[in-house]
Write a protein of this length. Structure first.
Ligand code: MG
Length: 195
């Protein structure tokens, strides 16, 4: 379906519910982050919690980069606080900044994760750049009209995303039960022929 290009690989409540160590074990080495409403509320300074989060990333061994459509003034001050490289005026969903960010981190698309709160800019761009995309629930519900409208459309896409997941899970469960049943039947058959 055409909506799939907006689907994240994973949808989480916040950056703090991302299982970082698991992704590192899976071979991921670089993470790109949107800032506003992903790491902190729109326009807010870095919190201690956010600073600690970046220290944790560093400790695990991740490279990271901030990638924001916001202006230099805003992005630079946040990046300085968490001590991270950054790209401002990124023009997401255009893929150029995603590729530039990978160059900064020294990673390729198979080992890079993108984390952001918007489907039509963040996730869409990450998917176009062939990265693993994680959508986080936005931190601040108070937003400009433009974004509110986009959220509305995002909800429509998320509805199909969640429904697809349920359908897929149901199908997998059915297949599993079928396999299990045929295995049991084979076992029973063996028993009866052995007698
Ligand atoms: Mg954002």
């Amino acid at each position: 379906m055409f909506l799939e290009k907006f689907y994240p690989k994973k949808y989480v409540r916040s950056i703090y519910s991302i299982n970082l160590k698991k992704y590192y074990k899976m071979g991921y080495r670089g993470i790109l982050f949107d800032i506003d409403n992903t790491l902190v509320p729109h326009g807010a300074a870095a919190t201690d919690k956010a600073i600690n989060f970046f220290n944790k990333l560093r400790k695990i061994g991740f490279k990271f980069c901030l990638i924001s459509n916001n202006k230099e003034e805003r992005v630079k001050s946040f990046a300085t606080a968490v001590d991270a490289p950054y790209i401002c005026d990124a023009h997401k969903p255009a893929t150029k900044s995603y590729i530039d960010a990978m160059e900064i981190m020294g990673t390729d698309m198979e080992e890079t994760i993108f984390v952001g709160d918007q489907l039509f800019t963040d996730v869409f761009g990450g998917n176009r750049a062939n990265m693993y995309t994680i959508l986080v629930r936005q931190i601040n519900p108070k937003e400009e009209f433009q974004i509110v409208l986009k959220r509305y459309l995002e909800k429509v896409v998320l509805f199909f995303y969640v429904r697809r997941d349920r359908k897929k899970l149901r199908k997998e469960k059915k297949q599993y039960n079928k396999r299990r049943l045929s295995l049991l039947m084979k076992k029973n058959k063996k028993k009866t022929t052995a007698k």
